[in-house]
Design a protein around this ligand. Sequence first.
Ligand code: NI
Length: 160
Amino acid sequence: MAIRNIRELGDDILRKNCREVKEMTPRLIELIQDMYDTMYEAQGVGLAAPQVGILKRIVVIDVGGEPYTMINPRILETGGEQTGSEGCLSVPGKAGMVTRPNYVKAEAWNEKMERYEIEGEGLLARAICHELDHLDGVMYVDKVEGELYETEFAGDEDEE
Ligand code: NI
């Protein structure tokens, strides 16, 4: 268990496409644990592997309730719309308004490489969209409406 260094906007690695995970390995288990440690330490609600410099399709999300490890995640269905304030651990001290679906259904694999489906509304739906974007090199600043603004909250996906 360890806190990893979070890459910040401007780092090329955040703009690359991540590779699928073919099999779970002790090294990836350690990475996932480190991702949780790093996310909780930074008081974020989500973190994607490229944010700690690893180009694998892995994200961790915890919007308060249940932690979700999402490996090779894919959005299956979306519905509705929400516009709200969003932040990212890779863009510290900033936030901006982003429109996202209000409902998301996704599939992913867990640490045991078992497939599961997840449904989320509101903040969870926002977090899933935000984190999955990271796996394709997309940052919320690409989708922001208007200017970024200063925030004291440093975490991913600020509350609306
Ligand atoms: Ni982010």
